[in-house]
Design a binder for this molecule. Structure first.
Ligand code: ZN
Length: 151
């Protein structure tokens, strides 16, 4: 199944990516445009179909909880620091030397592991993600146990 979401749920799409769950950002006007094998997350009632999951909440925490309740299998994919938040692409491990000059000096000095998006070239390290939000999700039970949020 290909998971996608539209702009009515832009923050949710971003947060799924932060959690390591691939989610494409799409824009459909009619349910017929949704490809087979897809599941569209949306708030737009006009897109209601068997390929749609209508998300009836405003806050991203509630939206995530709802999606995890409806699609518990997604939780197995949770692995923060795996996807590019911008491109939805899996990140590649790169050495510290390779990111010299590409990250702030204090990050280069203090972080050991780096990953890079093969599509846009953005470099990630632990701490790139807003760890306060990850901590909050953990408190709410929305982050699988055993996943570290800092480092
Ligand atoms: Zn990227």
């Amino acid at each position: 199944m290909r998971l996608c979401g539209d702009r009515t749920l832009g923050r949710l799409v971003k947060w799924l990516r932060i959690l390591g769950i691939p989610c494409e950002l799409v824009s459909y006007r009619h349910p017929d445009e949704i490809p087979a094998e897809s599941l569209l997350l949306t708030r737009n009632r006009r897109l209601l179909s068997e390929k749609t999951l209508l998300v009836p909440y405003d806050r991203v925490e509630d939206q995530l909880r709802f999606v995890f309740e409806k699609l518990p299998e997604l939780r197995r994919l949770e692995a923060p620091f795996r996807l590019c938040i911008r491109c939805n692409e899996p990140l590649e491990e790169v050495s510290r030397e390779e990111v010299f000059g590409l990250v702030p000096d204090f990050v280069y000095e203090t972080k050991e592991r780096f990953r890079r998006c093969p599509s846009c070239g953005r470099v990630y390290w632990r701490g790139t993600h807003p760890s306060r939000m990850l901590s909050k999700l953990k408190q709410l039970g929305l982050l699988r146990a055993g996943i570290e949020v800092d480092g």
